[in-house]
Design a protein around this ligand. Structure first.
Ligand code: TMP
Length: 209
């Protein structure tokens, strides 16, 4: 059996990532593909506990602890969810992956971006890297407006959503750099467009896989 493909979605909070990911999964299924939709952090039994530790706001981890917990979640997710699905020939569509750790922990938390940390991030992937990454590019200002209206609508922000604007600026800048450094793998989509227009762009990219 052919190994499946791993497609990851990245972007700041409020970029419409979750909506676009679901639409993409529906479209792939409509093409007859066997698809697994998943997310990080938290889509395994152990990961669910790690997500609570990381995002509930009950704990304020040190930057190093935060990084290690996200990597722990990833290793568990790859070993128990992502790799078995890929080996079974499925297309795996994952909401966030290693690029989020680069953006939020290394850039956002200002951990030193050295080879040792890069190697650790790679190691936690257990040999599984994305075939394509879709970055939904939305400015920090536009994302903040969307987040504010969502919260008025009753949605609860997680601990990282509530970080200051400077943090979100660093995250944005990091995604921008990641895209420029990995143009083959990481595709930029203008997330300011309407939902349908964004989805059309994503579909066009997926044709190349
Ligand atoms: P989300 O489920 O709404 O995307 O929230 C997940 C949060 O976790 C989001 O604020 C980004 C953050 N995150 C990191 O900081 N590092 C990571 O490696 C991952 C996967 C997510």
């Amino acid at each position: 059996m052919n190994r499946g493909k791993l497609i990851t979605f990245e972007g700041g909070d409020g970029s419409g990532k979750t909506t676009q990911l679901s639409l993409t999964v529906d479209a792939l299924k409509a093409q007859g593909k066997d698809v697994l939709q998943t997310f990080e952090p938290g889509d395994s039994p152990l990961g669910k506990e790690l997500r609570h530790l990381l995002l509930s706001g009950e704990y304020i981890p040190a930057a190093q602890t935060e990084l290690l917990l996200f990597l722990a979640d990833r290793a568990q997710h790859v070993q128990t969810v992502i790799r078995p699905a890929l080996d079974a020939g499925k297309w795996v569509v994952c909401d966030r992956y290693t690029d989020s750790t680069l953006a939020y922990q290394l850039a956002g938390r200002k951990l030193e971006d050295n080879q040792q940390l890069r190697d650790m991030l790679k190691w936690a992937e257990c040999g599984v890297s994305p075939d394509m990454t879709i970055w939904l590019d939305l400015s920090v200002q536009d994302a903040a407006l969307r987040m504010a209206s969502r919260q008025t609508g009753g949605e609860v922000a997680n601990r990282l959503d509530n970080e200051k604007t400077a943090f979100h600026q660093s995250v944005y800048q990091a995604f921008d750099n990641i895209q420029r450094e990995n143009t083959e793998r990481v595709k930029r989509i203008n997330a300011k467009q309407g939902i349908q227009a964004v989805q059309i762009d994503i579909q066009a990219l997926l044709q190349n896989l």
